[in-house]
Design a protein around this ligand. Structure first.
Ligand code: G3H
Ligand code: 13P
Ligand code: ZN
Length: 321
C-alpha cells in the first residue's frame, strides 16, 4: 500500500467511533515498534514528524524509514504527517518531500493571522494532494503560567469561521491536554486511595460544543500521552528523576475517541517506554555495550505499548480490514 492521506481514515474513524493514533517518529526503532504493532493489530496509523525530528534525523532518512515500514507492513494504511509545522515554508518542504499531511500550527498567532497562514498552507496542500490540520486554542505547558489561564482553551464560537475560511481538513483543539510528561501540577490534582495523583477532567463540554458546530468534522487531540506509571517507576528505579510525572487518563481518551476526536497524538509515552527500558537494561547489564542489545527490548516495549493503545484506548485495532 502506498502512503495515504488521513481523509479516508478520519471518515471511517468518525463514523465508527474510534480514533487513529498519531505517533511521533525519530529513529528506526520507533518506526519499527509502532508499525509492527499496527500491522499485527490491523490498525491504520499516522506517523508524524516534528521540526525537531527533521533536525535530528534528517527529512530524507525519516521518509525512507517510513517507506521501509510500508514495504514491511503491507496490510495497513499509513499517513506521513508534519507535526506542529511552524510556517508555510516548512509545510511546503514536507509536502514537496513526500508527506501526505501537514499541521500548520498558527495557534499562538492572532485569530486573523492564524486564518491567513492556514489558508495559504491549505491552498498549496490541496493543489498537491495533501491534507492539512489547523489549530485553535493553545495547549497548556507546565512551565507556562499564561497558558493555564481559561483563555487557552479553544473558543467554540471561533471554530466555524476558522474552518470555513481556511478549508482545513481537521482541527486540533485545546480542552485541557498538554505536551510532555508533566501535564498537571500536583496541586491541580486529587489523590486516589493508593495515593496516585488524579488530574482534573478534560473539558468535554467544550469538545461537545465544537462537535455540534462542526458536524462530521474530524477533531484532533494533542498532548495525549497517559504517562504510564509503571514506566515512570522504572525510570525512577534505575537512576532517573521524574517526580510527579502525570498524563491524561486513558478512559478519558477512549471517551474522546468515541466522540468527534479522530486523531490522538502520542509521543511522550513512547519516550518513557524507550528510556525506562534502556535505563533498566543498562543498570542490570553494566558489562554490555552493543546498542542492539538495549535497543531491541526498547523497541519491543514500544510495540507492546502501541498495541495496548490501539486495542484499549484508540479503538482502531482491526479497522484496517
Ligand atoms: O508536540 C511535540 C512532540 O512531542 C514532538 O516533540 O518537538 O521534541 O520532537 P519534539
Ligand atoms: P504528548 O507529549 O502527550 O505525547 O503529546 C504529543 C503531541 O501532541 C505531539 O504533537
Ligand atoms: Zn502536539
Amino acid at each position: 500500500m502506498a502512503l495515504v492521506t488521513t481523509k479516508e481514515m478520519f471518515k471511517k474513524a468518525y463514523d465508527g467511533g474510534y480514533a487513529i493514533g498519531a505517533f511521533n517518529v525519530n529513529n528506526m526503532e520507533i518506526v519499527q515498534g509502532i508499525t509492527e504493532a499496527c500491522q499485527e493489530e490491523k490498525a491504520p496509523v499516522i506517523l508524524q514528524v516534528s521540526k525537531g525530528a527533521r533536525a535530528y534525523a534528517n527529512h530524507n532518512y525519516l521518509v525512507k524509514l517510513v517507506e521501509a515500514a510500508i514495504l514491511c507492513c503491507p496490510d495497513i494504511p499509513i499517513a506521513l504527517h508534519l507535526d506542529h509545522g511552524p510556517d508555510f515554508e516548512t509545510c511546503k518542504s514536507c509536502i514537496d518531500g513526500g508527506f501526505t499531511s501537514v499541521m500548520i500550527d498558527g495557534s499562538a498567532l492572532p485569530f486573523e493571522e492564524n486564518i491567513a497562514v492556514t489558508k495559504k498552507v491549505v491552498e498549496y496542500a490541496h493543489e498537491h494532494g495533501a491534507v492539512v490540520e489547523g489549530e485553535l486554542g493553545t495547549l497548556a505547558g507546565i512551565e507556562d503560567e499564561v497558558s493555564h489561564a481559561v483563555g487557552s482553551y479553544t473558543r467554540p464560537e471561533e471554530v466555524e469561521e476558522f474552518v470555513s475560511k481556511t478549508g482545513v481538513d481537521s482541527l486540533a483543539i485545546a480542552i485541557g491536554t498538554s505536551h510532555g510528561a508533566y501535564k498537571f501540577k500536583p496541586e491541580q490534582c486529587t489523590r486516589n486511595a493508593d495515593g496516585i495523583l488524579v488530574p482534573p477532567p478534560l473539558r468535554f463540554d467544550i469538545l461537545e460544543d465544537i462537535s455540534r458546530r462542526l458536524p462530521g468534522f474530524p477533531i484532533v487531540l494533542h498532548g495525549s500521552s497517559s504517562v504510564p506509571q509503571d514506566y515512570v517507576a522504572m525510570v525512577n528505579a534505575f537512576g532517573g528523576a521524574m517526580p510527579n510525572a502525570i498524563g491524561v487518563p486513558e478512559d478519558e481518551l477512549r471517551h474522546a475517541a468515541q466522540l468527534s476526536v479522530c486523531k490522538i497524538n502520542i509521543d511522550s509515552d513512547l519516550r518513557l517506554a524507550m528510556t525506562g527500558t534502556i535505563r533498566k537494561f543498562m543498570a542490570e547489564h553494566p558489562d554490555k555495550f552493543d546498542p542492539r542489545e538495549y535497543l531491541k527490548p526498547a523497541r519491543a516495549n514500544i510495540k507492546e505499548l502501541v498495541r495496548h493503545k490501539l486495542r484499549n484506548v484508540l479503538g482502531c485495532a482491526g479497522k484496517a480490514e
